[in-house]
Design a protein around this ligand. Structure first.
Ligand code: GLY
Ligand code: MN
Ligand code: MN
Length: 468
């Protein structure tokens, strides 16, 4: 299986990796690796590809996110070994120990304790796919930030050697809950078991996730840029929304605004759901002609330098909420405001939570305001959580029931979805948790229904005035 994986990955034509617009300085990635390895008592061995790229001509390579987080390297076919800290560091936390906030910062400049493996130069392949970084490039150490860069083919011998010294090696073990894990995660483990059969393979996933949850200033800047582009796109959508336009036309405009503003890709497949489609959480068909009287959920987020925004607004197709639409909209907005008012370190988003749960605040608000057509409370129509971390993944690592900490960036997205009324409303904003509370990163985009109606009315007037 491992051999087959190598063969297909390394020989199939591949689309170019998206050129991410910016990258943090090399020292930031090096510090992350140093922090991580301080928590391990054996080498950490990772691969920089997902194995998903060969399945579709339309697929654009996207780096394995944990690998990207630790290296900033955005090309396929890479490998990484981080060697454990020397013995005298063994007072530091070990795997399974305290979360990242407790981990000390480690001096990343204390010598080469890691190797980056890259594919060797392949001029024939570069004719198809463009120039790639190779171990023999003269500037490869300064570009990658690794003192040692070797051909990927040498990685196995290095692992075999390490396994003679270390009884355990660390990698990312497949996630059982996701149908046994992604194929690339299994492939690395299979490969390790062949290369180092005597070594115990341990999991480093949660340690990387703990680091990823707390965003660096550079990551926050990339997220803010992704958010700003998403807000621009939402404003354009408000201005062009009208009965008769198709869902995909709204989405196309939003994607255009993202791309023209510097976004390299969408954070996720755009969701523009009108009328009956407003109640489907991740609706992606985008085929409906939007009708007078429809409510329209627009959940569309840009990716910038690898980081995804996640923003939703809900609009009346004809520019004016009906009384019922407005009633439900106001309840969702009230729930969002009530939940946000509680945000600070120590609060959580836990669905089964106690008095620290911001989710509970939002649920209680929804369940105690308004009724369905049968006189029942609305809590049953709030069918998802209050929020999640965002970052390299739009659903970034993070546990709902874990207390929020400064530096986390999470969504606040209560919603009510009533299929019987073809009425779905979601309002989704992105917030940074600060030492004293939170900062609303998407504040520029109106949530107030009257402000939204005014933007739509002004745009409708402009359309009429400008008509030839
Ligand atoms: N855009 C997906 C979500 O809100 O979780
Ligand atoms: Mn979300
Ligand atoms: Mn969303």
């Amino acid at each position: 299986m491992a051999a087959l994986f190598f063969a297909t990955t390394l020989t199939a034509p591949q689309a170019n990796a998206q050129q991410r617009r910016e990258r943090e300085p090399n020292i930031i990635y090096a510090e992350r690796r140093a922090q991580l390895v301080a928590q391990a008592d054996g080498p950490i061995i990772l691969w920089g590809f997902t194995g998903r790229e060969e399945v579709s001509q339309a697929y654009v390579f996207a780096q394995e996110e944990n690998f990207y987080y630790l290296t900033g390297h955005n090309e396929e076919g890479a490998g990484l070994i981080i060697f454990p800290a020397p013995k005298h560091d063994n007072a530091l936390p070990t795997v399974g120990g305290p979360r990242s906030s407790a981990a000390p910062r480690v001096d990343a400049s204390s010598g080469p304790r890691e190797i980056l493996f890259l594919p060797t130069k392949d001029p024939a392949k570069e004719k198809w796919n463009g120039v790639r970084m190779a171990p023999t490039d003269p500037d490869i150490t300064t570009r990658t930030g690794f003192a040692i860069v070797k051909p990927f083919a040498e990685m196995r011998a290095e692992v075999e050697k390490l396994a003679k010294t270390f009884p355990a090696v660390y990698t990312i073990l497949p996630y059982e809950k996701e149908l046994g894990g992604y194929p690339h995660e299994k492939a690395v483990v299979d490969w390790l078991q062949v290369a180092a059969p005597q070594a115990k393979v341990k999991d480093i996933r949660q340690n990387i996730y703990a680091l990823r949850e707390i965003k660096s200033p550079g990551e926050i800047a990339f997220l803010q840029k992704a958010i700003e582009l998403s807000l621009d796109a939402q404003l354009e959508a408000m201005k062009m929304m009208r009965p008769g336009i198709y869902e995909y036309q709204i989405a196309a405009k939003m994607v255009e605004v993202h791309a023209m503003g510097g976004s390299e890709a969408e954070g996720y497949a755009p969701i523009v759901g009108a009328g009956p489609n407003s109640v489907a959480l991740h609706y992606d068909k985008l085929s409906r002609k939007i009708e007078d009287g429809d409510i329209v959920v627009l959940d569309v987020g840009a990716q910038y330098s690898g980081y995804s925004a996640d923003i939703t607004r809900t609009l009346p197709a004809n520019g004016k909420f009906s009384a019922r639409q407005r009633e439900i909209y106001d309840i969702v907005l009230g729930a969002q405001n009530a939940a946000m008012a509680t945000l600070k370190p120590g609060v959580d988003l836990c669905k089964k939570g106690g008095h620290h749960s911001a989710y509970n605040v939002s649920y209680d608000y929804i369940n105690s305001h308004g009724k369905d057509l049968h006189g029942k409370s609305l809590g049953q129509y709030y069918i998802h959580g209050l929020g999640h971390d965002i970052g390299l993944d739009v659903h970034d690592p993070g546990e709902y029931c874990q207390p929020l900490q400064p530096g986390m960036v999470v969504t606040m997205e209560p919603g009510i979805y009533i299929p019987e009324e073809n009425l779905g409303v979601r309002i989704e904003d992105d917030v940074l948790i600060t030492p004293d509370g939170y900062k609303l990163l998407s504040e520029r985009l109106p949530r107030d229904p009257e402000q939204i109606e005014k933007i739509m009315a002004d745009a409708a007037k402009d359309r009429t005035t400008n008509k030839p």
